[in-house]
Design a protein around this ligand. Sequence first.
Ligand SMILES: COc1ccc(C(=O)/C=C\Nc2cc(OC)c(C(=O)O)cc2Cl)cc1
Length: 290
Amino acid sequence: VSLAQAPGYVQLNQYRLLEPIGQGSYGIVKLAYNEEDDTHYAMKILSKRKLMRRAGLFGRAPPRRPGPGPPPSPLQRVYREIAVLKKLDHPNVVKLVEVLDDPAEDHLYLVFQLLEGGPVIDIPTENPLSEELSRRYIRDALLGVEYLHYQRIAHRDIKPANLLLGEGRVQVADLGACGELAAAGRVSGTVGTPAFRAPEAAAPADKYSGEAADIWSLGVTLYAMVTGKVPWVGSSAVELQRKVLAEPLTYPPNFQPSKQLRHLLSRMLDKDPATRATLQEVKDHEWITD
Ligand SMILES: COc1ccc(C(=O)/C=C\Nc2cc(OC)c(C(=O)O)cc2Cl)cc1
C-alpha cells in the first residue's frame, strides 16, 4: 500500500498553516494563508488538554453558592477571552476573525487579523526606540486600553509582546489574562508577566484595581521601549516582586530621558496604586500631548 505523500503543511479548512510567528505560555501563533480570500492571518493555536492540566484539577467544579467562585480555569479563561473579543471593536484592539473549535479535537484555533509588523519591540535590545516613536506607540496602546476599561475589562498582561504593529498603528493583543473590572474578589496576583506586574498584584484582591495595574504595566512597557530593558530584574518571581516593591526606578547609565518623560514614568510607576496616574492623567501628560 503506498501512502499518498502527505503534503508538507497542515491545512485547516480554508487555512494553510505556515511558520510560527509567536510563542508564549498560552501556546503558539502561526502565520496562516486563507485560500478563499488570498489573505494571511495570525492563527493562535491552543491545546484544551494543556489548558485544563494547567488548571490543576480537571476543570474546576462550578461554585455551588452564588458570589465570586474560584478563579476561572485557563480553559474557561480562553472561552471568556473569545466571548469578550467577539464583542470588542476598536482600531487599537486586535480583531478576532473566527474560531475553529471542533469538540472532538484537542486543538482550539483563534484566527486573528495579521498585524504584519509584529511586536513593537523585542527586549532586551541594544537598539531601543526613540522617544518620538515610543510616544506614537504608547498613545495607540492608551486608546486601546481606554476602550477595554470602558468595556469594564482590565487587560492585566500589557507588555511589548502584546502590542502589535499593523497598518501603521499599534493594536493591543492577548486578552487571555483579562478580568472583568466589576468582578470583586477575583484573584489578582496570579496573572500577567512578573517583570510587568504591578507591586499591588500580590495584595488582597479588594485592594487591587485592574485599571491601576494596567497603567503600571503600560509604564514598564514605555520604559522598555525607550531603554530596551525592564526596570527591575530578578532570578525568581518572588525576588522580582520584592525589588518591584522596594527598589526605586533607575535608568541605565548611558540613557538620558527628557525631563517630561522621566516625570511621566515616575507617575505611571508610582508604587502606590491610590496615587498612581490615572489613564486620563497619562493621556493629558505633556510628554504624551507634545
Ligand atoms: C514578525 O511578524 C510578526 C507578525 C505578527 C505576529 C503576531 O501576531 C504575534 C502574536 N499574535 C497574537 C497573540 C495573541 O495572544 C498571545 C493574540 C490574542 O489572543 O489576542 C492575538 C494575536 Cl494576533 C508576530 C510576528
